[in-house]
Design a binder for this molecule. Structure first.
Ligand code: S3P
Length: 429
C-alpha cells in the first residue's frame, strides 16, 4: 500500500479489538526458543516484518521456525546448537533483531555478518559493540553502524554500567552473558522493559534483579516451553488515543500486555485526564495482562520527562497526537532517544503534524505541543516509520478535510492488519 487516504467524517470508535501480539516479546520468543533445547510453542505471536527478520536469522542458523496464524513453533537446538549462517543475516528494519542478535552472535564459535535496511544501517550500534567488545567480542565494521562482521570468541562476564536506558542494549549483553565466563551484570540509568529477564526466568534460567541492576550466569541449558504472548500495548495505544479524541467513542482493547515498564502511556494519558480503565488483570507466562476500556473525554496538557519517557518511548509519537487535543501546552523532554528510532521521530512528528496544522515545535530532546483541538487534512509522509504512519492516521481522524499519508505500507513492520482493523472500528456518522 502506498498512500492511505482518510476523508473528513465524524467518526466514533466503538467495539472490541484484540491487537496483534507484542513485538518485543515475539522477538524474544524466537530468540530464546532457538537457544532452548526442544520445541517452544507460542500463541499470540506477531508475524510482522520485524519479527520475520528474527525468524529468518535463526532459520539461517539451522533452527526450524514454523509460523502459522498467531502462533509460532520453534525447534531449538540448545544454547550451543546454532550453525554458521549460510549468508549475511539481514535484520531489515528491526533494531531489536540487530542489537539482540549481535549479542548472541558475539558468543558463537563461527563468523557471521549482520546488516539491515537503509534506516537500520544509519542507527547506532556502538551502544552494543562497545560493551560486547569489553566482554571479548571481536566485531568489526566501518564506523559503528551495520553491517558488522562478528568473529565468535570466548567471552568473559563483566559488570557494565550502561550510559543509555535501552532494553536492546541490556538484552544483547545478557544474551552474551549466557555464554561468558563468570557473571554478567548490567546496570541501567533507568529501568527499561524487562521482557528478556522475565522470559529467561520463565524458561528456568536464573536471573538476579536488584534495582536497576540485572545479572545472569553462564552455561545454564534450558528446555523449550509453551508461551502465550499478550497483545502489544504499543499497538493498542493507537486505538486508545483514537477513542480518547473522537467524541462518542468507547472501545475495549483485549488481552493487552501490561508490563509495568511498558505502561507509561497509560499513566501519561491518565495524567492528561483520559478515561481508561483496566479490567480482568491477570498474570500470564511471567507477564501482566489485562483488558483496557478507553472512552472519549476532555484532555489536559502534561509534562513528560524522566523515567516516564523510557516507559512510554514507543508511544510518544501517538501521545504527541493526543496532546494536539489537550488543553494547554504539553512538554516532552529527555526523549533524545526518539532521534535514533526507525526515523528521527522528533523531527518526523513535528514536521508532519505541522503539515496538519498542529502547533508543535521541536527541542533538542523533545517536543512542545500547544493543544488547539483542531487539525486540518493535508498530505503528510510516514517517512518509512510504522509508528509515525499509525500516529498520523489517528491524527487524521480529527482533521478537517482529507488527509493522505504517504508510504503508509510500512505499518507492516509491527502491525500488518492496522488499516483494515482501523476501518472496522471507525463508525462513520
Ligand atoms: C525494544 C526496546 C526499545 C523500543 C523498541 C523495542 C525491545 O528500544 O524502542 O521498539 O524490544 O527491546 P531501545 O532499547 O533502543 O530503547
Amino acid at each position: 500500500m502506498a498512500d492511505f487516504i482518510l476523508k473528513e467524517k465524524t467518526r466514533t470508535f466503538t467495539g472490541e479489538i484484540t491487537p496483534p501480539g507484542d513485538k518485543s516479546i515475539s522477538h524474544r520468543a524466537i530468540i530464546l526458543g532457538s537457544l532452548a533445547r526442544g520445541k517452544t510453542r507460542a500463541s499470540g505471536f506477531l508475524a510482522s516484518r520485524d519479527t520475520l527478520a528474527t525468524a529468518n536469522a535463526f532459520r539461517s542458523m539451522g533452527v526450524e521456525v514454523e509460523i502459522g496464524a498467531g502462533r509460532v513453533e520453534i525447534a531449538g537446538n540448545g544454547l550451543f546448537g546454532l550453525e554458521a549462517p549460510r549468508k549475511t543475516i539481514d535484520a531489515e528494519n528491526s533494531g531489536t533483531t540487530a542489537r539482540l542478535l549481535t549479542g548472541v552472535l558475539s558468543a558463537q564459535s563461527f563468523r557471521s555478518t549482520i546488516t539491515g535496511d537503509d534506516s537500520l544501517r544509519r542507527r547506532p550500534m556502538s551502544r552494543v559493540t562497545v560493551p560486547l567488545r569489553s566482554m571479548g567480542a571481536r566485531i568489526s565494521g566501518e564506523g559503528e553502524v551495520l553491517p558488522l562482521h562478528i568473529t565468535g570468541s570466548g567471552l568473559r562476564g563483566m559488570d557494565y554500567r550502561s550510559p543509555v536506558a535501552s532494553a536492546q542494549v541490556k538484552s544483547a549483553i545478557l544474551l552474551a552473558g549466557l555464554y561468558a565466563a563468570g557473571r554478567t551484570s548490567v546496570t541501567e540509568p533507568e529501568r527499561t522493559r524487562d521482557h528478556t529477564e522475565r522470559m529467561l526466568r520463565y524458561f528456568g534460567v536464573p536471573v538476579e534483579m536488584s534495582g536497576t541492576r540485572v545479572s545472569v550466569s553462564p552455561g545454564v541449558e534450558f528446555s523449550g516451553t509453551e508461551l502465550e504472548i499478550p497483545s502489544d500495548i504499543s499497538s493498542a495505544a493507537f486505538f486508545i488515543v483514537a477513542a480518547l479524541v473522537n467524541p462518542g467513542s468507547e472501545i475495549m482493547v483485549k488481552n493487552v500486555g501490561l508490563n509495568p515498564l511498558r505502561t507509561g502511556v497509560l499513566d501519561i494519558l491518565g495524567e492528561m485526564g483520559a478515561d481508561i480503565s483496566v479490567e480482568n488483570r491477570r498474570e500470564c507466562c511471567g507477564e501482566s495482562v489485562g483488558d483496557l476500556v478507553a472512552r472519549h473525554g476532555a484532555l489536559r496538557s502534561v509534562r513528560i520527562e524522566g523515567e516516564s519517557v523510557s516507559r512510554a518511548i514507543d508511544e510518544l509519537p501517538v501521545i504527541s497526537v493526543a496532546a494536539c487535543f489537550a488543553e494547554g501546552e504539553t512538554v516532552i523532554s529527555g526523549a533524545g532517544e526518539l532521534r535514533v528510532k526507525e526515523t528521527d521521530r522528533i523531527s518526523a512528528m513535528t514536521g508532519e503534524l505541522s503539515k496538519l496544522g498542529a502547533e508543535i515545535r521541536e527541542t533538542s530532546d523533545g517536543m512542545i505541543i500547544n493543544g488547539t483541538g483542531e487539525l486540518r487534512g493535508a498530505r503528510c509522509e510516514s517517512r518509512g516509520d510504522h509508528r509515525v504512519a499509525m500516529s498520523l492516521a489517528v491524527a487524521a481522524t480529527r482533521a478537517r478535510g482529507e488527509t493522505v499519508i504517504g508510504d503508509a505500507g510500512c505499518v507492516s513492520i509491527s502491525f500488518p492488519e492496522f488499516f483494515p482493523l482501523f476501518e472496522t472500528l471507525v463508525d462513520p456518522k
